[in-house]
Design a protein around this ligand. Structure first.
Ligand code: ADP
Length: 245
């Protein structure tokens, strides 16, 4: 059998801020169709890694290949068009617009010419399927400004889905969520991962034990360990740096 194709391949990555190497010799591979969790103590370099993959930060060295294409040196909007979408720790939604209007807007940015046609036909297929996938159907006509913190995160994920990314990079989507919102998010992530490749930065061990299959532990800008939640939790090096025992 042929091994699964790597969708994202990061090799020898190095990112330097004012002489400090935030990422130092990082290798990281994500295969097509994976739901991968990225953990590690504060300052490990998780957000910086996402920033490099999405073109926000330039590395000092190394390569980031996505579907065989080099991403280093490409601009952010080009990387979005190649199929890489990300969320930020604070959701960016248009508060004065409804949920559906936010999704519509995300759709128009991607496909500006279709916006006229769509106005006459109602909601586009992409918006309809994002409403469902991100659990937003019941909220469709609510202004985004009245959504809870968790609902905003789902909306932001929905806005990404509308843009038809192949790879979604989600930065701490469950931070600050209520227990029931976390559960719905865990299910949502698995639903999305059945049709997309997803990388999620997450700290909450209880959440990981419940929803994560494969985990990558980062520490001081490189990968310390990869494996199942049970495997990484048993690793004494991980316990030392991440769990603090
Ligand atoms: P994590 O997401 O794992 O908490 P970050 O990627 O945010 O870690 O940060 C990694 C390291 O890089 C930290 O020491 C942080 O202070 C530093 N860093 C991140 N972004 C910048 C920046 N724009 N300028 C200077 N230092 C930065």
């Amino acid at each position: 059998p042929t091994p699964p194709a790597a969708l994202l391949e990061v090799r020898g990555l190095r990112v330097v801020f004012d002489g400090f190497a935030a990422i130092d010799g990082l290798d990281f591979t994500v295969e097509e169709g994976e739901l991968r969790f990225l953990i590690g103590p504060n300052g490990a370099g998780k957000t910086t890694l996402i920033d490099v993959v999405t073109g926000l930060t330039k590395p000092a060295a190394g390569s980031v290949r996505f579907g065989g294409r080099e991403l280093v040196g490409r601009r952010e909007h080009h990387i979005v068009r190649l199929g890489v979408g990300r969320t930020f720790q604070t959701a960016t939604v248009f508060e004065e617009l409804t949920v559906v209007e936010n999704l519509d807007l995300a759709d128009s940015f991607r496909l500006p010419l279709r916006s006229l046609l769509r106005r006459r036909r109602g909601v586009s297929d992409a918006v309809a399927s994002a409403l469902e996938a991100a659990d937003l159907t019941a909220l469709a006509d609510k202004p985004a400004g009245v959504l809870s913190h968790g609902q905003r995160q789902w909306l932001e994920i929905g806005m990404l889905l509308v843009q038809r990314p192949k790879l979604l990079l989600l930065d701490e989507p469950v931070a600050g969520m209520s227990r029931s919102e976390r559960e719905r998010t865990g299910e949502l992530l698995h639903r999305i991962a059945s049709t997309h490749t997803v990388v999620v930065v997450e700290h909450d061990m209880e959440f990981l034990r419940r929803y994560a299959r494969k985990v990558t532990v980062m520490h001081q800008g490189h990968v310390l360990r990869e494996g199942s939640v049970a495997e990484v939790q048993e690793d004494p090096r991980v316990r030392e740096v991440y769990l603090g025992r």
